[in-house]
Every structure is written in C-alpha cells, then in structure tokens.
Design a protein around this ligand. Sequence first.
Ligand code: KE4
Length: 436
Amino acid sequence: MEHKISTEIFQKAEKYIPGGVNSPVRAFKSVNRKAPIFACKGKGARIWDEDGNEYIDYICSWGPLILGHNPENVIKGVREAIEMGSSFGLPTKMEVELAELITKCCPSIEKVRLTTSGTEATMSAVRLARAYTGRNKILKFEGCYHGHSDSLLVKSGSGLLTDGYQDSNGITEGVLKDTMTVPFGDLEAVKKVLETKEIACLIMEPVPANMGMISPDVEFLKAMREICTSTGTILIFDEVISGFRLALGGAQEYFGITPDMTTLGKIIGGGYPVGAFGGKVEIMDLVAPVGRVYHAGTLSGNPVSVRAGYETVSYLYNNRETLYKELSEKTQYLVSNIRELAKKHGVPVCVNSIGSLFTIFFTDRPEVNNLEDALSSNTENFAIYFNTMLENGIVCPPSQFEAHFVSMAHTKEDMDKTLEIIEKAFIAIGEKNSGK
Ligand code: KE4
C-alpha cells in the first residue's frame, strides 16, 4: 500500500503545525510509523486517504460517527443549516430542540448547556461543582481522560498515555494540589478521599475508554453513587464517549445509575464541534446569566453543529428499540472471533468490550480492570497489529490505550474482512515473538 502523498503532506505539516497534527494521537508515533495517513473522504464504514487507499474505519472520529461517515440524514440537515447561515452570536431554535431532545433521552439532565468540545464541557462541569459545593478539590481516576483543561490533565489517559506520560507541563502546583487521583475500581481509596468531605466532585468515565476500554463492575458504579450522596460530593458522569453510545441514555441508562451531572460530546454533534454539560436544575441554574458560574462561547450551540447533532440523536431515538441491540451483537460477533483467533495463534490478548466499543489489550493478564493492568500491554505487539491492519485496508485507533468504535454502517462483510486481517496480524505477532 502506497502512502507517498500522505508522507509528503506530513513533511509540510510538520513545518507549520506542532508534530504535524492538531491532536497528538493522530501522529501515529506510538505505532512506529514515520507519518500518519491523511484522510480525505469518509462514507459509511469507510474512509479514503490522500493516496487513494480505502479503509474500513474503526476510529470513527473517536466516537461521534455512530451512524458512520456522512449519513444522508446528517448531510441533508447540515446543507439546510448552512444555507441559512453559519453562526449568529444569537440564540437559534435548533439549540432549544437539541437541548429538549437531550433531556428527553437522558432524564437526569434537567437542564443542559452546549459547548464546542468535550473539554469545555468537563471543565465547566467541574467549575460548577466547585461553586455548588463550595469545595475546591476534585477526584478523578488514574488513566481516565476528560479533555485537556488544567485541573483534569492529571494522571490522564488517551493521547498522554499513548505517548508514554500522564501529566502535562505548564500546570501550576496551585492547580495540581486540588486534583486527587486514585486507581479505577479501588473503593477503599475513593472512600478515604471522599470521606474528608473536601471534594467538590468525583468526575468519572462510567466506562473508561481512554486507557483502552475497561468494563466497570456495576457494584462499583453503585458504590460511587452511594458514597457521593453520603459525602455531599457531586457525581459527574463524563459520557463524552459512552453518551448515546451504550444506550440512548448512555451508561447511566445501561447500568441504571443516576449521576448529579453529565458531560456529553462527540455523538451529540454528529461529527461537528459540540459538547454539553447538564444535570439537576438546582445545579445548572448557578450558570450565568442565571447564577454566577461563568460559561460562554462564540460558537457554543453553533447552528450547523447543532443540526448535525439533532439529526444524529433523532435517528438514534427513532430507532432505539433495535439499534443498540444490533450494534452490540455486531461488536460481540467481532470480539468473540478475535478471542478465538488469538487462542488459535497463541497470541496473549485480553479483549474488553461493551456495547459498540472494544479494545484488544496485548497482554497475558487474564483481565484488564485498571491503568496498571492496561500498562502491562505489549505495545510492540499492538504496533504490529495496527500496521498489519492498516497495510491491509483497515484503520484502527493508533494507540493501545484507545477504543475501537463500531458504527451502524459496519456490515457483516466488513466484520468478516476485519477478522481475516486480524488473523494475519496475529500470525505476524506470533512469528515476531518466536523470532522468525
Ligand atoms: P474533546 O475536547 O476532545 O471533544 O473531548 C474531550 C474528552 C472528554 N471526555 C472523554 C471521556 C473523552 O474521551 C474525551 C476525548 N476523547 C479523545 C479520544 N479518546 C479525543 C481524541 C483526541 O484527543 O484526539
């Protein structure tokens, strides 16, 4: 497979953009490639790169594209929105329609404020929790990623973990002292911190997907709810990935646990820039201009983005009886066969999956339940997996510490082709490990 044009573009990109990319994970550094592919077209479950290569896509823009690339309903809605204007700096009707739809799908969200990214959503939710409780400190889990605001870039996952670190330079001691972290799943550690009653919020991915995907123990999630209630700590479910993906009402519907606040992104923008934070009225009405917790944004609730999100969420709502079951069954078909192939070829893997998310951890640990387990993965084997897939027309997330995303556009044929190439990858890993 030729990547000559992508490589040329990357050389130019590095002259003008740090690392040649606008988000670190896109650089393909951790999978030992000199240059990433530059995408130029997407349709359904497929993308094409600048060299004309076609791929079955399991990045799906890191989650927004649950319907696949450029579904007709979204294109139609965006075209109509664009014809009416790009942005007004004034409220528009569609923002209200999307807000109403979000509250209908996710009842714990009584009021919601739209942002232009998940980072803004989580940053604002933390500010709001601090104002509501009058407490300064926050608690997050090691390996979870909640965007790149200062308070949350502590022992973080996603692109940091991908490049082998977890904390960012440029964050002051003053900020760091207020962010506590404990291992995901460690109930006693959580209790010890929250029982100080100094913590404004526990912000958590109910299904961690930024250290690779972790399947949570529902009893642990229930315990988080209980201890937050008993200590007056705001429970924030960061559902930027799991929202509208695990179920119409996200992980909180899937597991039957109600947070105090929820952050959203990705799917509610249908591939266009949107984020959101929402929750109980008594909390949300502290947000300006009602209260004194400031949140703003030139393009917050942008009409084009909001229309894309509305079309996407409406489709999910109208097809909710069958859509999530179908997504889960497709993913389970893939995952069960991946486990069989790994066993057949003697490749040690632990495959975690839930709904339409999965991660293949190249580890001999029987389970991956937290960051320490995830870090036991053999990232060289992951790189062989990634590159074998890419060279054979399948693009996977370029990091051991991310999740694969399955969309409504992926067909049985796509799955079978994927499994055929995964077998090639496992054979290549087996050969490398046996020194051939
Ligand atoms: P954005 O600011 O990237 O829209 O959202 C931040 C965010 C917040 N919360 C969770 C649970 C998230 O997963 C994210 C962003 N996800 C990563 C992928 N794991 C974005 C990919 C990237 O940074 O390029």
